[in-house]
Design a protein around this ligand. Structure first.
Ligand SMILES: Cc1cc2nc3c(=O)[nH]c(=O)nc-3n(C[C@H](O)[C@H](O)[C@H](O)COP(=O)(O)OP(=O)(O)OC[C@H]3O[C@@H](n4cnc5c(N)ncnc54)[C@H](O)[C@@H]3O)c2cc1C
Length: 426
């Protein structure tokens, strides 16, 4: 069986659905292939979706979408083995104007996919695109076990491991350092317990990022859902290789941390999953276009790890890919020259501008792991020293604290670190 469409989109995640919706709304015939039994079946994330970018496709979506809670508080935890320092920002404005929502992808993705279906796209689940189809060097469709699908443009939105981008020669095998492995559990707790433990009102949520805890753990995360908690850690496999730890052992240690354990106490494990995050940044972004094909979302390695953003880059790149195809259709030109405007659209948007701005950050932190080990540890020790009440004169205590800092890191290296941070983020 061979079918023909204006575009075939591979992957029904945020990138693929945004692309399909954009093209279908403009009147193009669009087929979406999804290997899962339904959209979202194979997807996991932290996590939150963002109002601003989701609303570009679905105004006031929270009134009908299966969202869990709207985020009113952002927490940054700096862990040491025994303790934590917590910096958090809660704002009533997040109750008045929503900013981000916690969701379960298994529920949100099918709802999101229906937007594209309602606009006229056809979604076929349980169907894997096995390879790209080429004719005279240009991509003309994809192969599946059910038959071939021909299209003027293939949009590869098949996630972080994108087979299609590799088969099209747009991406190499994923290099070391380009991805972080995340392991996550969804833990069920009564709704009231979640609200009491996190000091939340009904429907209010917390998004928490945790750093520290020692080598191996890149960062941890916690998100409050309606009656579950999403909790996980990201690990750099190279660090684990060195320390001979398994991700799961590190995760168990993380959950047993004296500051974390009370938050998940008496919870029931509902789900365990693992997934890669393309956190390498701008230098690992793949080529995004060739004759007859565009690449969007994680498939093109579009994740901003510094700001914990992924779905919004996926949706935006999907929209921009869709718009590029609509324009190409008007010109009847699906060559790389025509489709290359997609890269320019990405460069003109926040997607590549933000990634470019932070392009040196991943490498900097990789070369300076003490930011995630030594500094959180020092912060905890300093707070401890400050809070212990005894007969020591405060002037002596401050001197002792200064001495402690400069014994662990020289004055010059502290100054250098502060300067580098300022340079990286200003
Ligand atoms: C642990 C973790 C936490 C995260 N937290 C957040 C967060 O809080 N907020 C945020 O914005 N982002 C977060 N992200 C990133 C975010 O999840 C991704 O950036 C986003 O899902 C990318 O969307 P996508 O559509 O490009 O890819 P995906 O969501 O991965 O979708 C790809 C789809 O393609 C399908 N597919 C793959 N191959 C084929 C094939 N050959 N044929 C057919 N179908 C195929 C898959 O089944 C899947 O449905 C997180 C990621 C992880 C792993």
């Amino acid at each position: 069986m061979t079918e023909r469409f204006d575009s075939v989109v591979v992957g029904a995640g945020p990138a693929g659905i945004a692309a399909a919706y954009t093209m279908a709304k403009a009147g193009l015939s669009v087929l979406v292939l999804e290997k899962g039994e339904k959209p979202g079946a194979k997807n996991m994330f932290g996590g939150v979706i963002f109002r601003h970018h989701t609303e570009k496709l679905a105004p006031e979506f929270w009134k009908t979408a299966p969202i869990e809670r709207h985020v009113v508080e952002y927490q940054y935890w700096f862990l040491s083995k025994q303790s934590h320092v917590l910096v958090s920002h809660r704002n009533q404005k997040f109750n008045e104007e929503y900013n981000a929502f916690t969701v379960h992808r298994a529920k949100f993705d099918p709802w999101f996919a229906k937007l594209a279906e309602d606009a006229g796209a056809v979604i076929i689940n349980r169907t894997t695109a096995d390879d790209v189809l080429k004719e005279d060097g240009r991509i003309v469709g994809v192969t599946t076990e059910r038959g071939n699908v021909l299209a003027d443009v293939v949009v590869a939105a098949d996630g972080v491991n994108s087979m299609l981008a590799k088969q099209a020669g747009l991406r190499e095998e994923t290099p070391e350092g380009a991805t972080v492995l995340a392991v996550k559990e969804v833990i069920a707790l009564p709704r009231q317990k979640i609200e009491d433990r996190f000091n939340l009102g009904a429907d209010e949520g917390v998004a928490a990022l945790l750093v520290g805890f020692g080598p191996g753990m890149h960062a941890g995360f916690m998100y409050t859902n309606r009656d579950t908690l999403s909790i996980g850690i990201g690990v750099d496999m190279r660090d684990l290789d060195k320390s001979k730890q398994r991700p799961n052992d590190l995760f168990e240690e993380f959950k047993a941390h004296p500051s974390i354990a009370p938050l998940i106490k008496d919870g029931d494990l509902k789900e365990y999953s693992a997934h890669l995050i393309p956190e390498g940044g701008y230098d690992y972004v793949s080529n995004v276009s060739t004759d007859g094909m565009l690449v969007a979302g994680d498939a093109a390695m579009l994740v901003n790890a510094i700001n914990w953003e992924g779905t919004n880059l996926a949706m935006t790149s999907g929209i921009l890919a869709g718009e590029t195809v609509v324009e190409a259709k008007k010109k009847r030109d699906f060559s790389s020259r025509s489709l290359d405007t997609y890269r320019q659209r990405l460069e003109n948007s926040f997607v590549l501008q933000d990634l470019k701005k932070y392009r040196d950050v991943p490498k900097f932190f990789e070369a300076n792991p003490h930011f995630f080990t030594e500094y959180p540890d020092m912060m905890n020790d300093l707070f401890y020293m400050w809070h212990v009440v005894d007969d020591e004169l405060k002037a002596n205590r401050i001197k002792r604290m200064k001495g402690y800092v400069f014994k662990r890191r020289s004055r010059l290296s502290v100054l250098k670190d502060a300067y580098h941070l300022w340079r990286l983020f200003s």
